[in-house]
Ligand binder design. Structure first.
Ligand SMILES: [Zn+2]
Length: 183
């Protein structure tokens, strides 16, 4: 088993352009079989160029908005597998004094990947649904229990799965109540 002694750190500016990587980034990219992800190749590219799944992007955009507007530090688990390893990781997302956003990622544990797992068929159809409130961005973790997005991601392991659920936009009970009060 191989671990990283230090964190992989990268930053984006106010317009979501990648503007900083630490040395661990390149080691990590190398390990992921991703020479195209070396820092010199992606400097000043938008972070969204590298998140191809629409639902994952939506989750990340929502998280980013929360960090920028509330100046909170979010911490959540995610998966980032290499060709040989299942990597269980966590990231901190924090706002810097100069307005940049810093991502700090670290490996929690790794497992050897099972080479026989081949996904057949249409993944789109197998996606489970995830309910998100369009107003407050909370997500439903079951039994009509609505929690902040970062808590829901951790609770449901949303960024730790091979397939991110499809997000269905709806309105939670609290926001619905607020709307009705305004009338
Ligand atoms: Zn709501």
């Amino acid at each position: 088993m191989r671990g990283y002694q230090s964190e992989v750190i990268y930053q984006i500016d106010q317009n979501d352009f990648l503007v900083f990587f630490n040395d661990q980034w390149d080691l990590f990219a190398q390990d992921n079989d991703g020479p195209h992800l070396k820092s010199e190749n992606i400097y000043n590219r938008k972070i969204w160029d590298f998140i191809h799944d629409a639902e994952t992007r939506h989750l990340h955009e929502t998280l980013l908005k929360r960090v920028r507007s509330n100046n909170t530090i979010l911490n959540m688990p995610f998966r980032c597998d290499s060709p040989t390893l299942r990597r269980f990781m966590e990231m901190d997302i924090l706002l810097q004094v100069d307005g940049k956003i810093e991502y700090r990622c670290r490996v929690i544990k790794t497992q050897l990947r099972n080479a026989v797992q081949v996904v057949a068929g249409n993944i789109q159809e197998e996606r489970p649904f995830l309910r998100m409130c369009s107003w407050c961005k909370k997500i439903d973790v079951g039994n009509n229990s609505w929690v902040e997005i970062e808590d829901g991601i951790a609770f449901l392991g949303l960024l730790s799965q091979a397939i991110v659920p499809q997000i269905s936009h709806t309105i939670c009970e609290i926001c619905l109540g607020d709307l009705e009060d305004d009338e």
